[in-house]
Design a protein around this ligand. Structure first.
Ligand code: PHE
Length: 340
């Protein structure tokens, strides 16, 4: 009996020492398990009680239980102490004079920004936005748009072919056909997106660029409607002083056709190096949709009329932001992109 009690006292002393020396939560947890866990040293002492004479067991058991409760209490107190100590240390090691961490914010690409502005303006005039595929077929890119088989634009020089039938679209006009096939007039659509041309690369032209197609088909749509919408658009994008003019031109899918010019936004039309002293800048092509296109999609050209236009988004971005090299849009140089 005496040995048993001595053992218990030593155990208690040892455990207390270890607990008081512990400096971390994990250390403390380990000590707790070593003594008080299911297979702990103190726990095993309870099992040893049976080896004592029967009349001594209650007293010994009581003492063992007291020690157990005491140790549990010391452990909880130590936990609180460690918590306070951790908080203090954190405060003491934080250096308030350090510079802050700069959070870099992402930005939209200038072409994406101007695209959104363009979409927003036409959206306000009742246009709905539709996107077409970049990989097109000869049919949508050329045939249905009334390109004669020997038209030079079909030449390998301008078009990136994938195989006999498939190609990278050279303009956004095929979206007209895709919409006409699925819908009946009235349709009023805006179709922005990437186009591809196998052209010599220089400051003014690149193998990839962006166009925005717009078209409207209904009863009695006229060229005056076309000009009115485009004028409203350029004045919204570039300012109220901008004027618009049509120059007679040709596209297989419009008749009559026009090149769309705006008065130079740099010099106001007086003549400068950007407009090559002409006072005007070309921003796209337009016209009344050719009856041949309507026939290809099953619209009655006697019942409906419509206009279409296609403008260069890169060109407009270059004018708006005064950028003189289109390649900057595609190089992803952060020094350039960060300016927008
Ligand atoms: N698709 C023509 C081009 O890329 C532009 C255009 C669109 C012309 C719609 C007339 C009508 O050059």
């Amino acid at each position: 009996m005496d040995d048993f009690l001595k053992d218990l006292k030593n155990l208690r002393k040892k455990a207390e020492d270890e607990i008081s020396r512990a400096t971390t939560f994990s250390e403390l947890e380990r000590i707790k398990t070593a003594y008080l866990g299911r297979k702990g040293i103190l726990t095993s002492k309870f099992k040893d009680l049976v080896s004592l004479p029967e009349n001594k067991r209650p007293e010994a058991g009581e003492i063992a239980n007291e020690i157990k409760l005491e140790l549990q209490k010391i452990v909880s107190q130590k936990i609180e102490k460690l918590k306070i100590k951790g908080k203090k240390e954190k405060e003491e090691t934080f250096d308030y004079t350090l510079p802050g961490i700069k959070i870099a914010t992402g930005k939209l690409h200038p072409l994406t920004q101007i695209s959104s502005q363009i979409v927003e303006i036409f959206y306000g005039m009742g246009f709905e936005v539709v996107y077409g595929p970049f990989v097109e077929t000869n049919y949508y890119n050329f045939d249905a748009l009334n390109f004669p088989l020997d038209h030079p634009a079909r030449d390998m020089m301008d078009t990136f072919y994938i195989d006999e039938k498939r190609l990278l679209r050279t303009h956004t006009s095929p979206v007209q056909i895709r919409v006409f096939e699925r819908r009946k007039p009235p349709v009023r659509i805006l179709a922005p997106g990437r186009v591809y041309r196998n052209e010599a690369i220089n400051a003014r032209s690149y193998c990839v660029f962006y166009q925005v197609e717009g078209f409207y088909v209904d009863y009695n749509v006229t060229m005056a409607d076309l000009k009115g919408v485009l004028l409203a658009f350029v004045q919204e994008l570039f300012g109220k002083d901008v004027s618009l003019r049509f120059r007679a031109s040709f596209f297989p899918f419009t008749e009559p056709s026009a090149e769309v010019d705006i008065s130079c936004v740099i010099c106001g039309g007086k003549g400068c190096s950007v407009c090559k002293h002409r006072g005007w800048l070309e921003i796209g092509g337009a016209g009344m949709i050719d009856p041949e296109v309507f026939k290809a999609v099953g619209y009655d050209p006697e019942t409906y009329s419509g206009y279409a236009f296609g403008m260069g988004i890169d060109r407009m971005a270059m004018l708006k932001y005064r950028i003189d090299d289109i390649r900057l849009f595609y190089e992803n140089d952060l020094r350039f992109l960060r300016q927008f």
